[in-house]
Design a protein around this ligand. Structure first.
Ligand code: OSB
Ligand code: MG
Length: 368
């Protein structure tokens, strides 16, 4: 496609409730949306950075700067390119994977809309619906957590993930497991522990968890391998898996036996697909993580999770789990614990320009 213009906006969208992880509390979602104008029509993408560099080193203003100064101009200078060329054009710029992923997604959406082809079919996904899990933030105490989880179970979610951090782990997990002995349950530490906490984390073994997600730091591959030896609970990496190379290394070291695939974290949906393929051939289960996506990224995640490599329920929840008002005309809803995979051209969602406008706090337009 010929890329004529890239429109960027920072949106700030209120959350239905504060979302607390080991790295902090969010009350609204600050996110960059990308609109690519091409000769095949327009396409939308989403840069999933958070406002502060607390999940990973990326953050909204950093992504904005690198996109307006380097990434956007490099793509516009190319003029005509296929979505599959985006990663190569941006490869000279180190890191900034979430920013790259948002740009690539906008080009993919534009090109596929032009072809009348759905993103799921392009990625090779065949499932019409995907099982939906929900990520539950740290609550004020275990009793509140149990009631919060109960609410999600009543809505139909088929798998629960609870966020943990030091001091807010064993009692929380015990309370949820005692209240709901049979539910598929997992925990996510977002890098909050060190290997010295292995004995504490081993206490989670008695709860029959599906997995523990990212207990240690992003660059702690060797320590994750050591920890995995000490735990019965499978270790699943999130933050550490920044590329297919990182995935290969983590598997070779025995640092992970399950992988959370997030397109933003790895530089795009095409790299995410390569990780999924690698895991499928290695017999490693994968699931689709989330970054509180708007309807744009949420539709893309549903398409990715429709791929056969995704054998565990992911964090692709209903839009309403985070937002009262989304920025697409067809927000993701939960139907019998599942989410429908969009079938329309491209991402298969129509962006609600009024909503986009209402949430916009900054904008820029880049031209060739
Ligand atoms: O670690 O999976 C994570 C949200 C923001 C940053 C990191 C993570 C999360 C979640 C929520 O767990 C996933 C979602 O529902 O979008
Ligand atoms: Mg995680």
């Amino acid at each position: 496609v010929r890329l004529d213009e890239i429109e960027l906006r920072v949106l700030r969208i209120p959350l239905v409730a504060p979302f607390t992880t080991s790295f902090g509390t969010m009350t609204d979602r600050e996110v960059i949306v990308v609109r690519a104008r091409t000769d095949a029509g327009e396409g939308w993408g989403e840069v999933v950075t958070q406002s502060a560099p607390v999940y990973s080193s990326e953050y909204t203003q950093g992504a904005w700067d690198v996109t307006t100064r380097w990434l956007g101009p490099a793509l516009l200078q190319r003029g005509t390119l296929a979505p599959e060329d985006v990663a190569g054009v941006l490869d000279p710029f180190v890191g900034h994977r979430m920013a790259k992923a948002g740009l690539e997604l906008a080009l993919l959406d534009a090109a596929l809309r032009g072809e009348g082809r759905s993103f799921a079919s392009y990625l090779g996904g065949t499932a019409a619906t995907i099982p939906s899990g929900v990520s539950v933030g740290i609550q004020s105490d275990p009793a509140v957590l149990v009631e919060t989880v109960r609410g999600y179970l009543d809505e139909g979610y088929v798998r629960i993930k609870i966020k943990i951090k030091p001091g807010r782990d064993i009692a929380e997990t015990d309370a949820v497991r005692t209240a709901f002995p049979d539910i598929p349950l997992q925990v996510d530490a977002n890098s909050a522990y060190t290997l010295a906490d292995a004995d504490t984390l081993a206490q989670l073994d008695r709860f029959g968890l599906l997995l523990i997600e990212q207990p240690l730091q992003e660059d702690d591959l060797v320590d994750h391998a050591a920890l995995a030896q000490q735990l019965k609970t499978p270790v699943c990496l999130d933050e550490s898996i920044t590329s297919v190379k990182a995935a290969r290394d983590a598997l070779a070291l025995g640092a992970t036996t399950v992988i959370n695939v997030k397109a933003g974290r790895v530089g795009g949906y095409l790299e995410a697909l390569r990780i999924a393929d690698l895991c499928a051939s290695a017999g490693i289960p994968v699931w689709c993580g989330g970054m509180l996506e708007t309807g744009i990224g949420r539709a893309a995640n549903a398409a990715l999770a429709a791929h056969a490599a995704f054998t565990l329920p992911g964090d692709v929840s209903a839009s309403g789990r985070f937002y009262d008002r989304d920025i697409v005309a067809e927000p993701v809803v939960l139907e019998d614990g599942h989410v429908r995979v969009p079938t329309g051209p491209g991402l298969g969602v129509e962006v609600d320009l009024d909503a986009v406008e209402a949430f916009t706090v900054a904008r820029a337009t880049l031209r060739a």
